[in-house]
Design a protein. Structure first.
Length: 403
């Protein structure tokens, strides 16, 4: 190893982590990332070095310095780009210019998407699904994982180290000085893994179940899973595989997410009373005010729930902007198997609840009760209606999950 500003971390016999840590990232295309992230790239040291993925453009020098801590970057003969999204490919054109590799590989869609995104002039060679190449004397097998989560995504298996470079799969946004899952607080792993799944991979859950089945049928052993974000799994792989199987299944649980915003605290009061009634009925309730919870927080909690209740006051004949934001985001992520309901206070027209219900229908959320719309500030009778509303939804949820 040579002296370098940043160090590589050894992962397995031939593999080094040479990625970058983004301690400052707080927003990843709309997904709140309070703990930053990492862009993992890997150097495979066979007869010649192979680089698996690169990093976001601004982290090019950090990555090259980590490579330089193992070998002169100009020794790298091959780059494999597993995914065209710019957190992994942003630095690719410049890295190619600097190190001048003999070959750059990507999936067939990757070749197209890298050209469309980066407008580069480099020759990139397409690998086929399930193709195996000997690179630097080591055996790499490439598996296309189309729409997990981009059309160009693929993963790579290094047979000699029994290691899967899993790209975005099994990753999480978590900046840390620790590189391995077994060195990281299990609660952080579970929460950030769930958050990543809910906000990135959820719409493709059926493909994940198929991929898990496909990999299970391959005659290979996987000892290490090396994703492109967050810690590397080298122990207890059953933990992350089990999480993915559960999350992909989206089996509803006896848990309700009640998210809302409020103008003068009436819708907030309704939310609190509905939550109380549901708790009393035995539902695990999570109340998420949108003036303090991000859209990504709501999706994270919704992943292991069975009911989504949405509260909005009416403002200017429509729903509150923060409610529209979270519903638009949630609709795109396509959660499944939910029941739900709308509620809210209004002054004179009261359209918000109907707009919320329309979103819920578009999300295939089964409406468990008609919208509860209350005029101005709820009185005792109105609060009783809130309790009854909560009880009805709790009872339907119980029925749904067989609790
Ligand atoms: Fe981490 Fe889809 O990029």
């Amino acid at each position: 190893m040579t002296d370098s500003a940043f160090s590589a971390v050894k992962v397995s016999e031939h593999v080094w982590w040479v990625g970058a840590i983004d301690w400052s990232l707080r927003d990843f295309h709309g997904y709140s990332t309070e703990r930053g992230s990492t862009y993992n790239a890997y150097l495979v040291m066979g007869e010649y070095p192979v680089l698996i993925d690169t990093v976001k453009a601004g982290f090019r020098d950090e990555m090259l310095a980590r490579v330089a801590s193992v070998t002169d970057p100009n020794n790298v003969k091959v780059i494999v780009s597993q995914h065209a999204e710019m957190d992994h490919s942003g630095a690719l054109p410049q890295v190619i210019d600097i190190i001048k590799p003999d070959k750059v590989y990507a999936s067939q869609m990757g070749v197209q998407n890298l050209a469309a995104q980066l407008h580069h002039n480099h020759q990139i060679t397409a690998v086929k699904d399930a193709e195996t190449l000997k690179l630097g004397g080591l055996s790499f097998t490439f598996l296309e994982t189309r729409m997990l989560h981009w059309p160009d995504s693929m993963v790579s298996y290094l047979a000699e180290d029994e290691l899967l470079f899993s790209q975005d799969g099994f990753g999480m946004h978590l900046a840390s000085g620790r590189r391995f899952a077994d060195e990281t607080d299990p609660a952080d792993m579970s929460f950030e893994g769930r958050k990543y799944y809910a906000n990135i991979l959820l719409p493709y859950s059926s493909l994940i179940l198929k991929l898990l089945e496909r990999v299970g049928k391959l005659d290979i052993s996987i000892k290490t899973i090396a994703p492109d974000h967050g810690p590397i799994w080298r122990k207890d792989l059953g933990t992350i595989l089990g999480w993915y199987a559960k999350w992909a299944e989206q089996k509803p649980e006896n848990r309700a997410i009640i998210t809302f915003d409020t103008m003068w605290q009436s819708t907030a009061l309704m939310a609190r009373v509905i939550a109380d009634a549901m708790s009393e009925a035995g539902t695990d309730v999570c109340l998420m005010p949108l003036h303090g919870s991000t859209r990504a927080d709501v999706m994270t909690e919704l992943l292991c729930a069975g009911a989504l209740l949405v509260g909005s006051p009416t403002i200017n004949n429509g729903m509150f902007p923060t409610v529209a934001d979270v519903l638009t985001y949630a609709r795109g992520l396509k959660p499944k198997n939910l029941i739900g309901a709308a509620f809210g206070s209004y002054g004179w027209s009261g359209e918000a609840c109907f707009e919320v219900e329309e979103y819920l229908r578009q999300m295939n959320v089964e409406l468990a009760a008609p919208a509860l719309r209350l005029k101005f500030v709820p009185d005792e009778a109105a609060l009783s209606q809130c309790r009854e509303f909560g009880k009805v939804v709790a009872s339907k949820l119980k029925e749904r999950v067989g609790a």
